[in-house]
Design a binder for this molecule. Structure first.
Ligand code: G6P
Length: 622
């Protein structure tokens, strides 16, 4: 994630930039920075660890004048959250300053090459490589800033949205994007002979909307040149001129902050295809059909020699851990146990130095998970963290780990972090399997290939289940729900039930489908909705029998089926469809309609879905 703001015009830039950063804080808030060129032509850069308010505090005595500037609020990817790694980054000569949102995948190679050409680096970030590369292009080819940016970007692999300043050209602002969003706001008076030209840049329209509703959504691999005379020129990387597609924004500020969605939860559900593309970016390779998790590869021996893996987590993270267990055991042939961190920490578990404890936590702050890590470490285990929040307590307390990179999750009910955790645990399993040679090359490559398809298949699932909203209204009467699944889909049943409980306050239980006859079946009557995850996979026939048992007792069947399936559809009262995939990846698709259903049932019941009663996003107490 990360948020970018830029301004060029007649007004003082600093207040516009700071206001814009506050609006973008939902995109990350571990550090922030701002850069302006003042009337004397000096380029300043001020950065601070923490939220935007910390930056404001730290620049109180500084010169923040200037009518051109760029700013950034960070969600760390490379390098811990501190002032040095915060943006904007200077080039070596300090003539350039740059802000960036995205991940430069080949930054290590580029950095080594630039170091050979005499560039020295201040930070650990991939971003500093970009600004140094642009300066190198300016020096080598004696070109203007625009051409240097264009040339530099042809060497970059990865995702970027950038804005760049050059103190030798205080009338020019350059921006570019690929795979990360960037919007240009065009001042209301730019085409008026008496007016003063103004341009705004933002990761979304929230920093722009109060000044102008005329915007251009920059497209992939486009570079924009803006100047004080009101010129806006856009080309692609090959220098082919593009016609700016000017649009008029219709949304208000509140709608914009939630990306046009009424709630953060719905926005985060719909964000999943892109969030997961970010999660696998730089880790799964389409070309080499490989998985690269450096946190594992740097500790290769520990993983190869491990006796077993114990995964500790709470809530939704515990459900993803369970899916992780099934996959890691199957793929890497190593025993995996899944523990509630709150139980584990107060037992006297048998742990040896040959054990690996994996802590899974969205927030990285859950007190019980943190305590479980401390216990595991005191007993000599190697501790691996899977967290979303960069620099969080759990991320710092673990020996190694992997970040989800799905962006900040604001809705209390976890959605994109769940699917991010599942994919990360699968990548962990694949990496260990490769090291231990427990999968054939063909199987490994097929699993990598299929995993790469998952974001698109989630998109398909979102696009093809639009009637969930309508039919969810029917179930507001229900006092109880049962969710059933087998194998990989048992944890999905648990997660579906938890989502419904959390935000609609309807009691729901998740059960392994075959266990139903040992108790929950007594609850089934014509009032009882039973959600069955029944993809045309592994234990399909057996799940169909379970459905018949419920039907015989007049229960209402809501099923999740594979596209094209007619058998389960025929006996279901309501049906959600997902595309075909491998058994182990079904949870990533099957959970999507369940997230949507819980959202729409809660909305129909008038609940506050983003902040449900009694719950907290980050549970830092026991
Ligand atoms: C709270 C949240 C849940 C989350 C759980 C664990 O209960 O409401 O959404 O799954 O904590 O949090 P963690 O940050 O450790 O994943």
């Amino acid at each position: 994630m990360c948020g970018i703001v830029g301004y060029l015009g007649d007004q003082e830039a600093y207040p516009i930039l700071i206001k814009g950063l506050h609006r973008l804080e939902y995109r990350g808030y571990d550090s922030a920075g701002v850069s302006m060129i003042n009337a004397k032509g000096d380029l300043s850069v001020y950065k601070e660890k923490g939220k935007v308010s910390a930056l404001e505090e730290s620049v109180k005595e500084k010169d923040v004048t200037g009518t051109i500037g760029i700013a950034h609020t960070r969600w760390a990817t490379h390098g811990e959250p501190n002032a040095t790694n915060a943006h904007p980054h200077y080039s070596q000569s300090k003539n350039l300053a740059l802000v960036h949102n995205g991940i430069i995948e080949n930054y290590k190679v580029l950095r080594t090459q630039l170091e050979k050409h005499g560039k020295t680096f201040q930070s650990e970030t991939d971003t500093e490589v970009l600004v140094q590369l642009i300066e190198y292009m300016q020096e080598k080819h004696q070109t203007d800033l625009y051409t240097a940016v264009q040339r530099a970007l042809t060497h970059v692999i990865g995702a970027y949205a950038i804005a760049v300043l050059d103190q030798r050209h205080p009338d020019v602002l350059i921006a570019a994007r690929k795979s990360s969003p960037l919007i240009i706001g065009v001042g209301q008076n730019n085409n008026n002979a008496h007016g003063h030209a103004e341009f705004f840049v933002g990761s979304d329209a929230t920093p722009i909307i109060e000044y102008t509703n005329q915007v251009v959504y920059l497209k992939d691999e486009e570079i924009a040149y803006m100047d004080r005379d009101g010129n806006l020129r856009i080309t692609n990387l090959a220098n082919v001129e593009q016609t700016p597609d000017m649009q008029t924004l219709q949304m208000n500020l509140d709608e914009l902050e939630k990306g046009g969605f009424p709630h953060f939860m719905l926005k985060e559900i719909y964000e999943q295809p892109n969030a997961l593309r970010n999660c696998i970016r730089g880790r799964l390779s389409i070309d080499t059909k490989d998985v690269i998790l450096s946190g594992v590869l740097d500790n290769r021996r520990r993983f190869i020699d491990a006796n077993r893996i114990i995964i500790c987590a709470c809530g939704t993270s515990w459900h993803s851990a369970l899916i992780g267990k099934y996959f890691i055991e199957e793929a890497a042939q190593i025993p995996v146990e899944v523990e509630y961190a709150s139980e584990f920490r107060y037992r006297n578990p048998v742990i040896t130095s040959n054990d690996i404890v994996v802590a899974v936590s969205q927030s990285g702050e859950t007190a019980d998970t943190l305590a479980a890590i401390q216990l595991a470490k005191s007993k000599g285990a190697f501790v691996y963290g899977i967290c979303n929040v960069i620099g969080s307590s759990i991320a710092r307390a673990t020996d190694s780990g992997t970040y989800l990179h799905v962006g900040p999750e604001i809705g209390v009910a976890s959605t994109k972090a769940f699917t991010g955790q599942v994919i990360t645990l699968i990548m962990l399993g694949l990496t260990i399997a490769k090291e231990k040679k427990t999968l054939s090359k063909e199987m490994f490559e097929m699993l990598v290939d299929e995993l790469l398809q998952i974001p698109d298949k989630i998109q398909w699932t979102l696009d093809n289940n639009k009637d969930i909203e309508k039919f969810s209204q029917i179930f507001t009467y229900a006092k109880n729900f049962i969710y059933l699944g087998r194998g990989y889909n048992y944890p999905v049943a648990l997660e579906g039930a938890l989502k419904l409980k959390e935000i609609s306050y309807i009691h729901a239980e998740g059960y392994p489908a075959a266990e139903m006859k040992h108790g929950p079946i007594a609850l089934v009557d014509e009032e009882m909705p039973v959600v069955v995850i029944a993809p045309k996979k592994g234990m399909y026939e057996k799940v169909v029998s379970n459905i018949q048992e419920i039907k015989a007792r007049k229960g209402k069947i809501i099923s999740v089926v594979t596209e094209g399936d007619t058998t389960v559809k025929g006996v279901s009262d309501f049906c959600f469809t997902i595309p075909d995939t491998r058994d182990c990846y079904v949870p990533l698709l099957a959970v999507i309609p369940l997230q949507l259903m819980s959202y729409y049932v809660a909305i129909a019941k008038g609940r506050n879905v983003d902040q449900p009663r009694n719950l907290a996003k980050s549970v830092t107490v026991e």
